[in-house]
Design a protein around this ligand. Structure first.
Ligand SMILES: CC(C)(COP(=O)(O)OP(=O)(O)OC[C@H]1O[C@@H](n2cnc3c(N)ncnc32)[C@H](O)[C@@H]1OP(=O)(O)O)[C@@H](O)C(=O)NCCC(=O)NCCS
Length: 172
C-alpha cells in the first residue's frame, strides 16, 4: 500500500534517489548533462535534503513522500510565494512508477497544505518540452502563462521554463 506522508530524516536517501533517477529519465534528452549534474549537485545532496526535512516554513512546507513497502517512490514539495499564491517547487517519481496515480496523490497533499497557508492560486515551472510533466499539469487544470529562462542557466545555455498556473477552489 502506498502512503503519503510528511518526510522525516529516514526518507532523505530515498528522496535523493527518486529525484536524481527521475531527473536523468526526464531531462537527458532535453538539456545537456552538465546542466543536469549542476542541478543535482545543488538540490539533491544529503546535506541540503536533511535541512529541508528538518526546517519548514510557509515558504518551504517541507518534503512530502509517497512510500511503498518502506521505499520512497515519489517526492515533492511546495511553499508560498506571496500571500495568496502557492508554488509546487518540485515533484518527482521513481521513473518505473509513473501513471499509477502517485503524482496525483502527492500533488493533492502538497496543495492541501498550501491552501492551509492561504493559497488561492498555484504555480509550477516546467522545462519547455518536458512531455513527462506538462500533460500531467494540464490534466490537473494548470494553464500555460509565460516562458522564461530555465532556473540556473549559465551563458551558452538557452533552454526555457514554462510557468503554469491554476486557481484553487475550497474543497478541491
Ligand atoms: C509528472 C509526474 C509527477 C506525474 O505523476 P504520475 O503519477 O505519473 O501521474 P498520475 O498517474 O497521477 O496522472 C494524473 C493524470 O495525468 C495524466 N498524465 C500524467 N502524465 C501524463 C503524460 N506524460 N501524458 C499524458 N497524460 C499524462 C494521466 O493520464 C492522469 O490523467 P487522468 O486523471 O485523466 O487519468 C510523473 O509522471 C513524473 O515523475 N514525471 C517525470 C518528472 C517530471 O516531469 N516532474 C515534473 C517536473 S516540473
Amino acid at each position: 500500500m502506498i502512503t503519503i506522508q510528511k518526510a522525516t530524516l529516514e526518507h532523505v536517501e530515498g528522496i535523493a534517489k527518486v529525484c536524481i533517477d527521475s531527473y536523468w529519465a526526464t531531462y537527458a534528452e532535453l538539456v545537456p548533462s552538465t546542466y543536469i549534474n549542476r542541478m543535482i549537485n545543488e538540490f539533491y545532496t544529503p546535506e541540503r535534503i536533511i535541512s529541508e526535512v528538518t526546517t519548514t516554513s510557509s515558504q518551504w512546507n517541507g518534503w512530502i513522500v509517497a512510500v511503498d513497502d518502506g521505499n520512497v517512490v515519489g517526492a515533492g514539495a511546495g511553499g508560498m510565494i506571496s500571500e495568496n499564491h502557492g508554488e509546487l517547487f518540485v515533484l518527482y517519481l521513481d521513473p518505473q512508477r509513473r501513471k499509477e496515480g502517485i503524482g496525483s496523490m502527492l500533488l493533492d497533499a502538497i496543495t492541501k497544505e498550501l491552501m492551509k497557508y492561504g493559497a488561492k492560486e498555484q504555480w509550477v515551472s516546467v522545462t519547455k518540452g518536458n512531455d513527462k510533466g506538462i500533460p500531467f499539469y494540464e490534466a490537473k487544470g494548470f494553464h500555460f502563462i509565460h516562458e522564461q529562462d530555465e532556473y540556473g542557466v549559465v551563458e551558452g545555455e538557452n533552454f526555457k521554463a514554462l510557468r503554469y498556473h491554476r486557481f484553487l477552489m475550497r474543497g478541491e
